[in-house]
Design a protein around this ligand. Sequence first.
Ligand SMILES: *Cc1c(COP(=O)(O)O)cnc(C)c1O
Length: 378
Amino acid sequence: MKKYYLITPGPTPVPPTVAAQSALPVLHHRTHEFGKLFEQVMEGLRTVFQTKRDVMLITGSGTGAMESAVANLLSPGDKAIVASCGAFGNRWEKICVAFGAKVVMLKEEWGQAVDPGKVRQALKENPDAKAVFFTHTETSAGTVNDVKAIAAVVAETAAVSVVDAISGLAGQELRMDDWKLDVVVSGSQKGLMTAPGLAFAAVSEKGWKLVESSKNARFYNDYRLIKKSIPNKETPWTPAVSLVASLHEAIRALMEEGMENVWKRHLRLAKACRAGMQALNLKLLSAAPCSVLTSAHLPESVSGEKLVDWLRDEHGVSIAGGQEHLKGKIVRLAHMGYMDHFDLTIGLTALEWGLVKFGHKVDAGKAVKTAQETFLAG
Ligand SMILES: *Cc1c(COP(=O)(O)O)cnc(C)c1O
């Protein structure tokens, strides 16, 4: 027998009550029954996004919502600023280029956060930029950006701010309206504790002006069509009905806990995880570590790829390694979504086992002990 432990930054574990909803008979999507579910999901998402705006439901993964933002906001030839500090920030550049935008790229080293001062400078040098794209929690490095500060800089200009909150939403504080964010996109399979397949986008009034004037081709994810169908409690096309039923239950659980408490729980787990990894003499990768995952450098003698494969294949524990130039060099432990302090214990114990297996001596139990002490201290 092998148990399966999902400790990756997406997909994340789905609570049994959430999974169970998807097993119920599929509702027809143009019925009162589904409409009621849809309406409650919309209401809950507003609280999750901390916005009074409509949150649009998209069928697809998070990247689909990212693409929809570029397609709906820009026109071919438009200038866009992308402020990146990792693989997901870089994805904004690829999407913008695919849609014919001219990209001004601001790049930080993986592990450093975006500097709002550099965004200000870039906007000054490019007053014709239509939008600034960036990331809330950069999952490839475990970094949180100062979204509030970046959005404030953009809000002083004619450009709109567009944030990928796919891994950060419902894990790390984010307040769309208070922070003057124009577009927030996310997905179902991270902090929202639902299986992959749903994505979201919310747009401010300033953002809608761009949507109305965009000349990009779009159809399936045309924000104008999605928005128009919301008052009818439906989506333009058949939505992933069963996932919406699951999301309804996940949102109920989040509302019961309260967003402030959800953010606090993740921060507490993050602090404990950082302490646990540091107790193993692993150096944290990020100078601005986020609340939803923790990344650390591995000792040079240890192959991260082998470690991750071995833990998954031999012990059923899925953790994440590094991407691109950090492949094999780092590990990333998620504490995102349906996770508590005991889940952290599993991740850290597995990491210790992996290190020992690949020849790096560790004081067995030290990471867990330190993490638990840190957790209990608050
Ligand atoms: C997971 C993730 C994505 C990609 O989402 P998909 O659902 O795989 O398309 C984008 N951005 C961030 C920050 C992520 O963590």
